[in-house]
Structure formats: C-alpha cells, structure tokens
Design a binder for this molecule. Structure first.
Ligand SMILES: NC(=O)c1ccc[n+]([C@@H]2O[C@H](COP(=O)([O-])OP(=O)(O)OC[C@H]3O[C@@H](n4cnc5c(N)ncnc54)[C@H](OP(=O)(O)O)[C@@H]3O)[C@@H](O)[C@H]2O)c1
Length: 335
C-alpha cells in the first residue's frame, strides 16, 4: 500500500475521535496521511504536536475550505454534523468530483448517518414489527426522502450511482454507547459522551426523575463505540485492499447494531443508576412528553462483507449505562 490521504471530520467528537484513535493504532498507520478539520485552535495544536495529525482550522460550514480538503483526500471519513448537514455533504462531494476530474483518482467517502432514518411515530406505545435490513435494498429505497438523515444519505448515494466520480458508503450506527476512551479523550481533546444518554441524564437531573413516554415500548438497536470503530477500520481496510468487493452507492449501506432494547429498559437502567448516585428521588419511571419511537433494523452487510463480529450487546449497554453515569453527572454538575 502506498501513502493514503485521509480526511476525517469531527475528530474532536465522540465518534470521530474514536475512529481517529483506530487509525493511529492501525498497523499501516505510518502510511496514512491524516488531515482533520478542527474548530478549536488549541485542540488543533495538540493534534498536530502530540498526535502527528494535520489539523486544518475551520468549520464544515466553510464550504470552500471543506471542498479543498476533500479534494486532497483519497478517503474522506465524515462525522462532523455528518448526518444532517446538506451543505457540508455538498461541499465534500464537490471536492471529490474535482479530485476525480483533475487526477483520475476514484476517491472514497464513508458517510456517518444513523438509524434515526428508520424512526416511526410510535410515541412509546408499541414495539414495531418492522425491522429494516441493510441487505433489503428495496426497503431502503422506499424510505421517504424526507426521513431523518435521508436527504444527506441520498446526496452521497447519487454521487456514486449517478455522478460516478466517487465510491460512497453509508455507515448507519444505531444508539452508540460506552464512554469514549483512549489517548485523545485522556488529553481532553474529545467529547467522551454519547448524545442520547447525555440528553436523558440532563433532563433527569433537571427534573429530578427519569421520564418515559407512554409504555416506552419503542425499540432502538444499539452498538458499543469500540465495535463501531472496528467496523470503520474493517471498511477502510477492505476499501484499500480490494474495493471491488465492498458494496457502495445504493448497496453500500452498513447498519451498525448488535441487538436492541426498549426505551423503557434503557431509561430504567438510567433511573436505577441515578438513584444509586442519589441524584433522582426514585428509581421509578415517570410518564414524560418525549418522542419515543421504534427504529428496528439488522446490520447484516458488515457482518457478511467485512467479517464484523461486534462483541458488546444491549446487555452491556444496560450495565454500562449505570456504571458510567458518574461521568455524565459530573459533566452536568460542572456545566
Ligand atoms: N453518538 C451516537 O449515538 C450516534 C449514533 C448514530 C449516529 N451518530 C452520528 O455520528 C456523527 C457524529 O456524532 P458524535 O456523537 O460523534 O457527535 P459529537 O460528539 O457531538 O461530535 C461532533 C463532532 O463534529 C464536530 N463539529 C460539529 N459541528 C461542526 C462544524 N460546524 N464544523 C466543524 N466541526 C464540527 C465537533 O467539533 P467541536 O469539538 O468543535 O464541537 C465534533 O468533533 C453525527 O452525524 C451523529 O448524528 C451518532
């Protein structure tokens, strides 16, 4: 393998920093020329000086800058506000198109989306029997274009299918759990918290109880952050060693999940954890007016194509969420 230029957005985030650590400890790490796009100049300096990673200072809202950075990369891994910013996706795709036209290279884009794309309107009342699979392309094609995250996914898919100037892959993680851990987190460079759990903890600490809507019956899949990193690294390896074997464009949809749990189960674990910390008055759940949906799906493609075998299960989520609550509470206390 020659040198591989990689652009990673969101390197100071929960997902992006975890992926960056995966890249830095990769056996071929010395062949990777990694560039990140970072908003904070102090963090950019540490990334360059301590971790040997190029850090361009800027925001994904600076479209010309993002286009130029994408143009310079053979592989783009996008995590910064990746699932919902149409402008950022358009800027990246312009850069990949320029690269293809100017150099003949066929660059790769790994887009981070999310299984929120499958959300229904159950409002906690039922567990859906609809379970999407990433091998069922007809069901994915039938997703409404205005579904959560879908507009950005469609731009990435069209760039590959219609544009033909890049290979694009969509990684769609379900609820990611497990505190971010490793050298970038230890250095205070990255957010170690997953937003869904952080949001529930924040609301519970404000209210003094943990709320649930109706039965909290809706089911979301979940996946541990270490298994997510493993999937990205396997995908990168596959793309670099034998791209013809990796599904891309419309077929390149990779759901990251390893089982699911109801909102009630997750919130019950949070309530018990916060009660043990003496931060809510009761481990009982209270009915709350929050949107509770189903987003059931099966991540079959990464298992089949990439040999991905995630280690952690929803049982780990329900255990970890309790043991890691101290860190979430500490952050809320200091905010
Ligand atoms: N966490 C989950 O459970 C989960 C599940 C499924 C999908 N996802 C998707 O994964 C992606 C990453 O999520 P995350 O959990 O890692 O979020 P996060 O911890 O909030 O990290 C977001 C990252 O994006 C950067 N960023 C945000 N806006 C930016 C901008 N305008 N310009 C440059 N950088 C910007 C942040 O930089 P700063 O440090 O400067 O803020 C940070 O590095 C998102 O698209 C999310 O929807 C997450």
């Amino acid at each position: 393998m020659g040198e591989v230029s990689i652009l990673l957005t969101g390197a100071t985030g929960y997902v992006g920093a975890s992926i960056l650590q995966g890249l830095l400890r990769h056996p071929d790490a010395t062949k990777f020329e990694i560039t990140t796009l970072v908003r904070d100049s102090a963090k950019a300096k540490i990334l360059e000086e301590k971790f040997g990673v190029k850090a361009a200072l800027g925001s994904v809202t600076e479209q010309e800058k993002l286009t130029k950075l994408a143009e310079d990369a053979h592989v783009v891994i996008h995590t910064a506000n990746s699932s919902d910013s149409i402008e950022a996706m358009e800027a990246i795709l312009r850069g990949l198109k320029n690269r293809h036209e100017n150099t003949g290279d066929l660059p790769h884009l790994i887009q981070t989306s999310g299984t929120g794309v499958f959300m229904d309107d159950a409002r906690g009342e039922y567990a859906s029997t609809t379970i999407y699979s990433d091998l069922d392309l007809a069901a994915l094609d039938a997703l409404p274009p205005n579904a959560f995250h879908r507009a950005v996914e469609l731009l990435a898919i069209d760039a590959d299918e219609k544009g033909g100037y890049a290979r694009t892959y969509i990684v769609s993680p379900s609820l990611i759990y497990g505190l971010g851990h490793g050298p970038l987190f230890d250095a205070g460079l990255a957010n170690p918290f997953t937003f869904a759990i952080a949001a529930y903890v924040r609301a519970a600490l404000k209210r003094g109880t943990v709320g649930v809507l109706n039965q909290g019956a809706g089911i979301w899949q979940s996946v541990h952050i270490d298994d997510v990193v493993d999937l990205y690294i396997r995908m990168l390896d596959a793309i670099l060693s034998d791209p013809e074997k990796v599904s891309h464009g419309r077929s390149g949809y990779f759901i990251a999940e390893n089982g699911g749990q109801s909102a009630r189960e997750l919130l019950q674990a949070i309530a018990e954890g916060l009660f043990a910390l003496r931060r809510v008055a009761t481990p009982e759940l209270f009915i709350a007016n929050v949107l509770f949906s189903n987003a059931r799906c099966k991540g079959e493609r990464a298992r089949r194509e990439l040999g991905w075998t995630p280690k952690y299960t929803p049982r780990d989520l329900l255990e970890l969420v309790k043991s890691e609550l101290t860190a979430y509470v500490k952050r809320e206390d200091s905010a």
